[in-house]
Each structure stands twice: as structure tokens, then as C-alpha cells.
Design a protein around this ligand. Structure first.
Ligand code: ZN
Length: 130
């Protein structure tokens, strides 16, 4: 499976809200959100995972990832979903959804998100998405 496949569009309000939640109180990152475009999605073509650029001509950033937010929640279909935000070289790079006990068909509600390190520290690593 490819790591990611081309997928160019503007962010939805739901995606903006998730990013805003994850970088709240971090002005340098908050300032990036309005400039972000979606340039690729996860190679599975099914899950909501998206990769960002600052123009539709940008290649997705796929190396040098640093995790900047890591949450989980029950999605509306009942699946336990990990939601992880990565940056690369100071740029917001990827918003990843990982299904822990089922397929991910959408982002969980922002108000359901709980920091992973607090809530599920005892769980093993999530399975990769299927
Ligand atoms: Zn995927």
C-alpha cells in the first residue's frame, strides 16, 4: 500500500475545528491553519487521514515527522479512533486517524477527544489501519 495518494481539496470545517483544538494556545501553529490545503490522503483511500501543504502544488511531507497531538475517542460508529497530528520541519504535515477496533469512517466529535497518554497509556500500540 502506498503511504499516501494525491487528494487535493480545501479543509472542511470539521477538519479545521480538529486542528484548532489540537494546537490551541500555540500561536505559531494556529497561524498555519488558514494557509493549509489538503494535498494527499492515506494510501488506503478509505480512512479520513489527510496530508497538508500550503498550496495544491506542494508535495506531501512524509519524512521527519514529529507528533504534536495524540488523542482518542469513540467515533459515532462506535469504533475507537486514535487521532494524531504530525508536523515536519515546523509545518503541520498530517492528521491521521487510526482505527483501534474497527474501520474508521469519519473523524470523532471534537468534544469526545481525550489525550491518549492520559486515557489509554496501558494499551498496546494501535493496529495500523486496514
Ligand atoms: Zn488509511
Amino acid at each position: 500500500m502506498e503511504f499516501c495518494i494525491p487528494h487535493k481539496r480545501e479543509l472542511t470545517q470539521e477538519e479545521r475545528d480538529l486542528l484548532s483544538f489540537f494546537v490551541k494556545g500555540q500561536p505559531a501553529r494556529e497561524a498555519q491553519i488558514d494557509r493549509l490545503k489538503i494535498v494527499a490522503r492515506c494510501g488506503c483511500g478509505e480512512c479520513p487521514t489527510i496530508l497538508f501543504g500550503e498550496s495544491f502544488d506542494d508535495e506531501p511531507l512524509t519524512t521527519g515527522y514529529m507528533e504534536i497531538a495524540d488523542y482518542w475517542a469513540r467515533a459515532t460508529n462506535g469504533t475507537l479512533v486514535g487521532v494524531v497530528l504530525f508536523e515536519s520541519g515546523g509545518r503541520i504535515a498530517e492528521l491521521e486517524a487510526v482505527g483501534w477496533d474497527g474501520d474508521v469512517d469519519g473523524w470523532p466529535p471534537v468534544d469526545a477527544l481525550v489525550p491518549t497518554n492520559v486515557a489509554v497509556a496501558s494499551l498496546d500500540s494501535p493496529e495500523s489501519d486496514r
